[in-house]
Ligand binder design. Structure first.
Ligand code: DAH
Length: 338
């Protein structure tokens, strides 16, 4: 049997060398590799062989099958090259209609970030960036988040090795910027954040935030209110109303959660705002003195405010999108609407 396979190998080579046209190559293919071809006949006969022969012959037959397919491909390619009309590459029919190529555009999240950057740039804010793989120190310690805070648990943060993690908030960039620069500071920091949330219509394990920070002598809560009101009206429209609710964040004191009147129903009540007329859009507050201490700023001399907003959430409210997953599924029917 082994001898027969070697004979077949030589025979197939000969047959292919003699083939003069694609049709003839196809005939050689059917002869050896077709359903009723020589190789298949051998494979079918394997069960009737002696048990110790079966595996060797099976392997050899499969190898030969692969080899012959390869030679057939190579012989076919030779014909394609030879069949080309000399000079065909230079022939160009000017009268043929052009091929339509659709224009691409920026992803709706990038568009939203660009728009927000534009609004804050007008107010004199710089754009800063920080790393997505971050030290625990910048994500938690320097932000006055105590060691036993629930957000530090494994189920709220993706930990890597050695005090490294995927940042769960862009507030990290506040610390990096303040450690590097002296006041006055006015900056926003857009970027990706990561949380091991169960993915559903409102949660994704990666989403985008924009952090804001302003530090100078005499910065007050009314400055924060002015900037955020200016921003919300620029983004959602002049008729939008704002509501500041007292809240708590470890890195700001006092802290507030900020609602806008629902941009979908304009405050009348709908499913997006759970019929309350209001939707929460961001967290904010005056920078906690402990944060200033961590970065080496004099809390007696300087004051500042910080805020953090979710980019997907803002885009969803603006466009009436009810499922965050749509942003990440790469479905052109969705993306091409922006
Ligand atoms: N980092 C917060 C979060 O991810 C958002 C935030 C709230 C940022 C209040 C701030 C702030 O700077 O002052 O939920």
């Amino acid at each position: 049997m082994q001898k027969k396979l070697i004979e077949l190998q030589n025979q197939a080579k000969d047959d292919l060398a003699k083939a003069k046209s694609p049709d003839e190559i196809e005939r050689v293919r059917t002869k050896y590799l077709g359903r009723k071809g020589v190789i298949n006949e051998i494979i079918k006969a394997i069960p009737s062989l002696r048990p110790e022969q079966r595996s060797t012959i099976g392997k050899l037959a499969n190898k030969l099958k692969q080899e012959i397919s390869k030679w057939i491909e190579e012989t076919r390619e030779k014909f394609v090259v030879e069949e080309r009309v000399p000079g065909a590459e230079e022939m160009f029919d000017l009268s043929l209609p052009g091929k339509h190529k659709p224009y691409g555009h920026k992803h709706p999240i990038t568009q939203t970030i660009d728009e927000i950057k534009g609004i804050f740039s007008k107010l004199g804010f710089d754009i800063e960036y920080g790393p997505e793989v971050e030290l625990e120190y910048y994500n938690f310690d320097a932000l006055n988040i105590p060691p036993d805070h629930p957000s530090r648990e494994d189920f709220d943060t993706f930990y890597l090795d050695n005090k490294l993690l995927l940042r769960s908030q862009t507030s990290t960039v506040q610390i990096r910027v303040m450690k590097e620069k002296k006041p006055p500071i006015r900056m926003i920091a857009p970027g990706k954040v990561f949380r091991p949330d169960t993915v559903d219509a409102c949660h994704a394990s990666m989403f985008h935030q924009i952090e804001g920070l302003m530090v100078d002598k005499g910065v007050s809560f009314s400055d924060l209110k002015f900037i955020l009101t200016f921003f919300s009206k620029a983004y959602f429209g002049q008729d939008i109303k704002m509501r500041f609710r007292p809240s708590f964040f470890p890195f700001t004191e006092p802290s507030a959660e900020v609602d806008i009147s629902c941009s979908i129903c304009r405050g009348k009540g709908c499913s997006v705002c759970a019929y309350s007329g209001w939707v929460e859009v961001l967290g904010a507050g005056m920078v906690d003195p402990n944060v200033f201490e961590a970065v080496g700023y004099d809390a007696e001399k300087y004051a500042g405010f910080a805020f953090g907003l979710g980019v997907e959430r803002l885009a969803m409210l603006r466009y009436g999108i009810d499922d965050i997953r749509l942003f990440f599924e790469n479905d052109m029917r969705f993306l091409s609407q922006f």
